[in-house]
Design a protein around this ligand. Structure first.
Ligand code: SAM
Length: 457
């Protein structure tokens, strides 16, 4: 019977024994089992049965045959590996062949990998790059790799950028975990773009915001939808600049309806989250997640009433019970681990997300109604975003503060906040809440733009 022990015994017993065994089996399951269990090979292992297996119809058998050839580390197999890398019908087999060529670290292998850089499949190109990077520092290899900076595929461009062109950070820049005191627990009554322009690059750790809706409420009048999107794009470009490396922007939006002007016209629906998304990608935000905030049906406007009466196809209008929380990260070549490693052990412990966290991307949270502001965040929503995407002591920013829920919640979770709110009524509202809410525990500054400018000097 074919067992792991038996395979091991044959492998160590004598040369050619595995080749003999392979001949007795044709089915892909057994062949894969044998190859998979070969483990480390003895120096004098006879791999002469392997090339034939590269013609096997099953890609898993071919993959394991390539892996085994790779383990032999025998340069004589290079032409065969090249042939497989360029012409096998299965991408994984091709990748494995490229990887084996790389692992041999030979001059000839290097030449083959350079040829493979012209491949049409970006995954194969990336694998060849990995192999060639073992020779980084060699002028010819460096020149071939650098020429891929404008490659049509974004994965390839990113790897090359990271390896050869990523800017060296200014050593004197502020540490990742810290921020400026003049931004901590400050509310500015001004236009957010004008305010952000005063901030230094990389000042904040997290932005959570809900922008004004396109002409949906009276605080948000824009001449056109295009002008509205361009305004948001300008805001998030500034947010991008002032966000620390690799940190997050969580953007709450949803499609909105502009009601019809008369019975002769139809209402119009604007898919804001989908339309703003390309702008964000373009300016250097990396898309991370789409979280759906789901509200109870009874809490939203009823649109289905008419349909319930007539049930006519095409006129179906479901009640909108969802909004999006689009999660973006400021693009960087650094891994998330790098961000986490910037914090000391105690801060990481203290910031651990408590039990009971949401495990799906559908967050069922009741909306919140407020007597002064018509679109306030529920505290629970802010709590999750702040706990999941920031550490204690971080600076959380809301460019469109409204009633200041983000600030209030950030403070209660041991974070600092920085808010901008253009409307004096809402600014005063935030201010008025200070005695009742947490704002009184630490001194919060409520500033006009001019006063804020003074604090920066
Ligand atoms: C959807 S509300 C935000 C509500 C907030 N999330 C809360 O929990 O109360 C958007 C807010 O952005 C403010 N706003 C609109 N344009 C602004 C601008 N250019 N600069 C600063 N604030 C602005 C509006 O006055 C409004 O209060």
């Amino acid at each position: 019977m074919l067992t792991k022990e038996y395979i091991k015994e044959l492998k160590n017993n004598g040369n050619g024994a595995i080749g003999q065994l392979i001949k007795n089996y044709q089915n892909s399951g057994s062949l894969t089992f044998i190859l998979e269990n070969l483990g480390q090979l003895p120096k004098d292992f006879d791999g002469s049965f392997l090339p034939d297996l590269l013609g096997h119809k099953n890609p898993t058998v071919r993959l394991w045959a390539i892996k085994t050839i790779g383990k032999l580390g025998n340069e004589e197999y290079l032409p065969l590996l090249k042939q497989t890398a360029l012409h096998d019908s299965d991408t994984n087999v091709r990748r494995e062949a490229v990887s084996s060529i790389g692992r041999m670290r030979t001059r000839e292998g290097r030449t083959i990998l350079t040829e493979i850089l012209q491949d049409n499949d970006p995954k194969i190109v990336c694998q060849a790059i990995r192999g060639l990077l073992l020779f980084k520092g060699d002028s010819q290899v460096d020149a071939s790799l650098k020429s891929l900076l404008n490659h049509e595929n974004e994965m390839v461009r990113t790897v090359i950028y990271k390896e050869y062109f990523a800017e060296q950070k200014d050593k004197k820049a502020q540490p990742h975990t810290e921020t400026y005191n003049y931004l901590k627990n400050v509310v500015v009554n001004a236009d957010t773009i004008e305010t952000m322009k005063l901030l230094k690059d990389e000042s904040i750790h997290l932005t959570f915001t809900s922008p004004p809706y396109y002409n949906a409420r009276d605080y948000s009048i824009y001449p056109s939808y295009k002008a509205y999107l361009e305004f948001l794009a300008e805001v998030f470009k500034e947010v991008h600049r002032i966000t620390k490396e690799g940190r997050f922007l969580v953007l709450n939006t949803s499609p909105i309806i502009i009601p019809r002007i008369s019975r002769a016209h139809s209402s119009k629906r604007y898919p804001i989250p989908f339309d703003i998304h390309p702008y964000l990608m373009e300016m250097g935000w990396e898309f991370i997640d789409d979280i759906v905030w789901m509200k109870p049906e009874a809490s939203v406007k009823n649109r289905i009433g008419g349909f319930q009466q007539h049930r006519k196809p095409l006129a179906y209008k479901p009640n909108s019970v969802t909004e999006y929380l689009m999660v973006y990260r400021k693009s960087t070549d650094k891994l998330l681990d790098w961000n986490i490693r910037q914090y000391d052990w105690q801060t990481v412990q203290d910031s651990k997300v408590p039990e009971g966290y949401e495990t799906t991307n559908v967050w069922k949270i009741d909306p919140c109604f407020d007597k002064v502001h018509s679109a306030v965040f529920p505290v629970e929503l802010c709590k999750r975003v702040i706990q999941y995407y920031s550490f204690k002591g971080d600076l959380v920013f809301d460019p469109f503060a409204g009633s200041g829920t983000v600030g209030k919640t950030a403070k209660s979770l041991g974070r600092y906040f920085f808010l901008t709110e253009k409307d004096k009524t809402y600014f005063d509202y935030i201010k008025s809440k200070k005695s009742k809410e947490m704002f009184d525990k630490i001194e919060t500054k409520y500033l006009t733009l001019e006063e804020f400018k003074e604090t920066i000097k």
